[in-house]
Design a protein around this ligand. Sequence first.
Ligand code: UDP
Ligand code: MG
Length: 318
Amino acid sequence: MNELLISIVIPAYNEGENIDLVHEALQEEFRHLPYSYQVIFIDDGSKDDTLQRLKNRARHAKEVKYISFSRNFGKEPALIAGLQHAEGEAVIIMDADLQHPPSLIPDLLNGYFEGFQQVVAKRNRNGESKFRSMLSKLYYKGVNSLAQVNLSDGEGDFRLLGRQAVQAILALSEGNRFSKGLFSWIGFRKKIVHFDNVQRENGDSHWSLKQLLEYGIEGIVSFNQRPLRFVFYAGLAIMGFSMVYILIMFIMILFRGVDVPGYFTTISSILFLGGIQLMSLGIIGEYVGRIYMETKKRPHYLIEESNVEEDVYEKIEQ
Ligand code: UDP
Ligand code: MG
C-alpha cells in the first residue's frame, strides 16, 4: 500500500438509498488502486436514514468518515466541511447519487500525477431534457459575458483537487459561496476528463427551477460588481436620451407653443424610469444583502455528530 492518501468528499442530502451503493462502488474501485483512501460523507441534515446508514458503514469500514450537520445547510457548506476535514494529499469531490461514476477516479488520479492541481470531470448532456440543457447553455453564456470568471458547461463539482488547490479554496473565507466560480477563480493547472452523463439512480434531483434561477443570480452577483456598472450605464443612456428629448420638445414649444396633450409620453417615461429604478435598487440590494450576511461572520455550518477529528484542518494548516 502506497503512503499516499486520497480523500473522497461526498455531500449527501436524503441519499439513504445511495450511501451503500456509492461506498461499495468506491471500495471496488480502490481495490485495484495502490493508494489508501478515506471517504468523507457530509450528511447535510437529511431527513431520511442517511445518517444511520453512514454510521453503519463506518462501523464496518474504517475509511468511512461522516460529518452530520445540525440541519440542511446546502451543498456548498457541505463541500467546505468536507474539504476542511479531508486529510488526503489529493481530494476528490463527488455527488452521492452515482451521477459521478467512481470508475473515473483512476483518470482523475492520472491527471493529478501528471502534475495538475485541478482535474475536472466534464460531462456531456446526454439524456437530459432539451429544455434544461438549453437553459444551462443560456445560463453559461449569460454568466460568462457578465462575470469575470469563466465557467464552462458540464464542468460540475466532480473533480480532483490537489492539496495546493484545496488550501486555496479554504483560504477564501466568504460565507456566500459559489463553488463553480471559486474553482475557476483559484486557477492552477487544470486538466479535463470527459464522461457520459448518467441519470440519477435513486431519489430526485434536489434542484427546483426556482433554485436554479437563484443559483443563476448567485453566479452573476457573487463574482463582481458588473451589474452595478450596468445600471450606471443604463442610467447614463436614459439620461442622454431624455436630454435629447427635452431639447427637441423645448424647441418645438418655442416655435409651436405649448402642446397640452402629453399623457402618453408622461406615463411611459414614469413607468419606464420607475422600472429601471426598481431594478437598480434590487441590484444594489443584492450587494447590500451580501455585505450584511458577510459581516455577521457566521460559521458555514454546524456539526451535530461526526467521527472525524475536529482539528484536522488546523493540523494541515500548520
Ligand atoms: N446535496 C446536499 N445538500 C443539499 C442538496 C444536495 O448535500 O441541500 C447533495 C446531494 O445529496 C448530492 C449532491 O449534493 O450528493 C448533488 O445534488 P443533486 O443530485 O440534487 O443535484 P444535481 O446532480 O441535480 O445537480
Ligand atoms: Mg445529482
